[in-house]
Design a protein around this ligand. Structure first.
Ligand SMILES: [Zn+2]
Length: 356
């Protein structure tokens, strides 16, 4: 406890709610009331268990932890989101369904590798064995299934490195020892900071509606060029020069020439999906790596580039090749974007009708 008390004395500006977290007066159940099925909660909440309630509760939790520790809310949110999007190893138990956060910390890390009790929840003995676990809720317990203890433990780790973006990258590298994890978390933190919200779920169709285009499901069909590869995506045929738009909120991860894809763009979204746009004629001129985009924002123009050395064009009819890859931590795989394209096209068409 002394660590937390010292912390509070140091931070004279600590808010009441933040103090409440540390002294255990903060009741996580009030945050979770929206997701609760008790009659009492159902009476007071209009739309129980909705996704927006979860976002609201999570953001409150990050902000309160931020007030106590000085770690910006969007960095806590980014780590939490990264963990939510990667596959959990089968050996580890999934997070308690009642939890708001998605972070799981392996027992030897939480309790300390030499701790004889790998279910240890005593903050004092975990500290003795140099475990990662800390008590954020002020009950003397460091419980890996308690959102506040978990976030406080993660924030304590980050606090040892400092508050600049590069300190944050080093801190996540030191925790995961995995460059891709560190990169993803930085991307997510940038997205959250830029938009100031957790809900980044909107989508758009990659081509402007009302223009001439055609596409069909071609998942897994053979390709004519580049050897035995399956077709990982959907081809949207449309005239040369048609606008290509981002389908998601995301950050530009790759831009440039690729032997197969020609001039292409890769955009990472907050669900750890990589949206791949290939065979472009050119890029929207402000587009740069690391830039943040919104659904419907112009990123380039349809062309027929690719299948050769930089600048090769016209080896096939102009079209947009659109693919989606999901990062599960160690592996990244493609999935069929066709059903999503249909869904986004229909969604936009309905929205356009409504506004007519
Ligand atoms: Zn294609």
């Amino acid at each position: 406890m002394s660590l937390f008390k010292r912390l509070i004395l140091k931070r004279s500006l600590v808010s009441l709610s933040a103090a409440a977290i540390l002294f255990g007066c903060f009741d996580i159940s009030t945050l979770k009331a929206a997701g609760s099925s008790t009659p009492q909660a159902a009476d007071s909440i209009k739309s129980p268990n909705s996704q927006s309630d979860v976002f609201t509760s999570r953001k409150e939790l990050y902000e309160q932890m931020s007030a106590v520790t000085g770690i910006p809310w969007f960095r806590l949110a980014a780590i939490d989101q990264y963990e939510r999007t990667i596959a959990k190893k089968s050996k580890e138990s999934p997070p308690d369904p009642g939890r708001l956060t998605g972070i799981t910390i392996p027992a030897p890390v939480w309790c300390g590798p030499l701790n004889p009790d790998q279910d240890d929840k005593s903050a004092a003995s975990i500290s003795f064995f140099h475990g990662f676990g800390r008590d954020g809720s002020g009950d003397g317990m460091a419980d890996p299934n308690n959102d506040i203890d978990l976030l406080y433990s993660m924030a304590s780790h980050l606090m040892r490195y400092g508050n600049s973006p590069s300190d944050f990258s080093i801190a996540t590298w030191e925790y995961y020892h995995y460059g891709r994890a560190s990169l993803r978390i930085t991307q997510f933190a940038n997205l959250y900071e830029h938009f100031g919200q957790l809900d980044l779920s909107g989508n758009a169709f990659p081509l402007p509606l009302g223009k001439i285009y055609s596409y069909r499901s071609t998942w897994g069909t053979g390709r004519s060029w580049g050897g035995a590869r399956i077709h990982e995506g959907t081809d949207l045929f449309t005239p040369h020069g048609m606008t290509v738009r981002s389908t998601c909120y995301g950050i530009v991860e790759t831009k440039g020439w690729n032997r197969y894809g020609g001039w292409r763009v890769g955009i990472r979204d907050i669900d750890n999906r990589y949206h791949y746009y290939a065979h472009l004629a050119g890029y929207e001129k402000s587009l740069t790596q690391g830039m943040i985009v919104k659904p419907g924002q112009t990123i380039g123009w349809v062309g027929s580039s690719g299948y050769g050395k930089p600048g090769t064009q016209g080896k096939f009819p102009p079209h947009l090749h659109y693919g989606i890859y999901r990062d599960r931590g160690i592996i990244e795989w493609a999935f069929d974007p066709y059903p999503l394209l249909k869904q986004w096209e229909n969604g936009e068409r309905r929205a356009l009708k409504k506004h007519k």
